[in-house]
Ligand binder design. Structure first.
Ligand code: GLN
Length: 247
């Protein structure tokens, strides 16, 4: 199962976030500590999205292991940002290994990632998918559960839902339609991060000026807090709120 992270705070290089920590996302791609849903390594692609200034993020994604791409190492050393979302992917069996299936998914100011699996895919999602505009289904980023989850979240954002509301409503609809699904969703607009802990590990570290939400703590420094199962985290640089998801 994939690993992901989101950061808000003073600008840091992507290298400081993705490569330098002792248990960085790079290391989690080949030696994750807490792969609850099966899978052993996260080698089926990776992606990073950041806000170079302004509201619109830039993405770099590839369908290969993060350790095998020399370009991301160079880019990460030369790029700084104060808001970042990144993921390494372990494709669920049967799902396409293509760049378009690697998080972050994006539209406008939004970046999104999913760590987990939708049970009974794709049949369990027919009722929820049927409520989406046909155009969204025909233009789904990839034939994966994560891409459909993004379409469901995006549909609510487009309708004006607040980010926490879009994530909460999507989690409860998917849990109802596909019980047992693992739904660690992660969404940011560069100002706020919303993350659900449903079926997978999630941790948060807040300092007075920054917040990091990550599948796994990337170092042994103090301040990491594990998010209990069934909770939703809503964070800005100055505040981290947590509440139970209900369904
Ligand atoms: N099921 C999703 C995929 O295959 C998410 C992967 C994950 O968490 N491993 O893309």
């Amino acid at each position: 199962m994939c690993r992901h992270l989101a950061y808000l705070g003073p600008p840091v290089t992507l290298r400081e976030l993705l490569f330098d920590p002792p248990h960085s996302l790079l290391r989690q791609s080949w030696a994750p500590r807490d792969m609850r849903g099966g899978g052993t390594i996260n080698a089926d692609g990776f992606g990073v999205g950041w806000y170079p200034g302004g509201d619109t993020p830039v993405r770099y994604r590839r369908a290969q292991p993060i350790w095998s791409d020399p370009t991301i190492a160079e880019l990460a050393a030369a790029t700084s940002a104060g808001a970042v979302l990144a993921a390494v992917r372990s494709a669920t069996v049967g799902m396409a290994v293509v760049e378009a299936a690697a998080a972050p998914f994006a539209e406008g100011r939004w970046l999104f990632s999913h760590n987990g699996v939708v049970r009974g895919w794709p049949d369990s999602m027919v009722p929820l998918a049927a409520a989406l505009p046909v155009r969204d289904l025909l233009t789904l980023d990839a034939a994966t559960d994560s891409a459909l989850l993004w379409a469901l979240v995006r549909d609510r954002l487009r309708a004006g839902a607040a980010p926490a509301e879009a994530i909460t409503a999507t989690v409860s609809a998917v849990v109802a339609a596909a019980p047992g699904s693992r739904l660690n969703l992660l969404l940011t607009d560069g100002q706020t991060v919303v993350a659900s802990a449903v079926g997978h590990a999630l941790s948060v570290r807040a300092t007075p000026a920054s917040v990091l939400v990550a599948s796994e703590p990337h170092d042994d420094e103090p301040g990491w807090r594990e998010v209990p199962e069934g909770q939703l985290v809503e964070a800005t640089v100055t505040e981290v709120r947590q509440r139970a998801l209900t369904w």
